[in-house]
Write a protein that binds this ligand. Structure first.
Ligand SMILES: [Zn+2]
Length: 327
């Protein structure tokens, strides 16, 4: 008991050996009963790494546009909201912190870089520096905070174009993510899409000694061949069916397949919804609610138990985002 009190007293870093979750306000020990949205967006600016200017958006305007959609989540008892927007695409950690303060949601942000869409969102310096130096930047964000703040990432977000072999720069991102994950215990979530882009990433991670349960296959719903999910599950990675803001039926079929084949314990679900776009005059935000209003009633009607629902919404994401190895 005394040890427990000491742990609670000293907070975040002292959790050392205990798995914990890092959000923009601090860290909490893993709790498998919390409700998660494991891949969403508050702000995305697609203008590109060459042109993006964080001064061009107003936090107040974004907060007033997005807050109603976040407030809605209280009625579904959502605790954790993973913001999957990477650097150079509108990651703004102070905005996320303000929204967390305002809404009570535990919002999680990331370190890393997004190579998909032919490197439009990769800053030029990445071509020049070594994999080790790139990883060092990400590890520094984990240790000291992002963009001069004390806000720390809760995972590594990268992105690759769907191809085998991977683009050279995308290989660099995967390797830097591997080094960062080994050093920090952060999980890697990689925008991947179809399985053809997954296998070369898993190969690099295996070669570099990263356990594949530290990897999330983002946008796995894009894959048409469900058999690939069985292979990915056997290899141990997380399979993220995260387009539920846009489509429910395709995801439902895939979840029934996952249940039938006994791999629900490797599946994450989310909407990939939102978001405020500074390039648009008129905002058109997609709500973060289809899971609760449409998917869960369907799953229950198709025989999903409450335990299986809890796996998808609570247990799996808590395991996937748990940070286990801090020095
Ligand atoms: Zn996304």
């Amino acid at each position: 008991m005394l040890i427990f009190i000491l742990l609670m007293t000293f907070g975040g870093a002292i959790y050392a050996q205990q798995p914990y979750i890092q959000d923009v306000q601090g860290s909490h020990q893993v709790d498998y009963t919390q409700v998660w949205l494991s891949h969403e967006h508050i702000l995305v600016d697609f203008i590109g790494a060459d042109s993006i200017q964080p001064d061009s958006w107003s936090n107040d305007a974004i907060i007033s546009e997005v807050s109603p959609y976040l407030d809605e989540l209280a009625s579904y008892r959502v605790n954790y909201f993973v913001d999957a927007t990477p650097a150079y695409l509108g990651k703004d950690v102070l905005l996320l912190q303000k929204l967390a303060d305002k809404t009570g949601l535990r919002i999680i942000t990331n370190t890393g870089l997004y190579g998909a869409r032919k490197n439009k969102f990769v800053p030029h310096y990445v071509r020049e520096i070594s994999v080790e130096d790139l990883a060092e930047k990400w590890i520094n964000e984990f240790k000291n905070g992002i963009d001069g703040t004390s806000i720390k990432p809760g995972f590594i977000k990268i992105g690759v174009d769907t191809a085998d072999p991977l683009d050279t720069l995308h290989q660099k991102l995967v390797k830097a993510a591997a080094i960062t994950s080994l050093e920090t215990g952060l999980t890697i979530a990689s925008h991947t899409g179809k399985a053809i882009g997954l296998w070369p990433q898993l190969k690099i991670l295996k070669e570099m000694g990263v356990a594949l349960n530290s990897f999330i296959w983002v946008h796995a719903q894009s894959e048409d061949d469900n058999i690939t999910y069985l292979k990915a599950a056997t290899m141990g990675c997380w399979i993220s069916l995260d387009g539920l803001g846009w489509d429910v039926d395709r995801h439902l079929k895939k979840l029934l397949f996952a249940k039938e084949h006994g791999i629900l314990d490797r599946i994450l679900i989310s909407h990939d919804a939102g978001w405020y776009d500074p390039q648009k005059q008129q905002q058109n935000i997609t709500p973060y609610t289809n899971i609760f209003t449409k998917l869960l009633p369907e799953l229950r009607a198709q025989g999903f138990t409450e335990q299986e629902v809890a796996l998808l919404l609570s247990v799996n994401p808590a395991k996937a985002f748990a940070i286990e190895n801090v020095d």
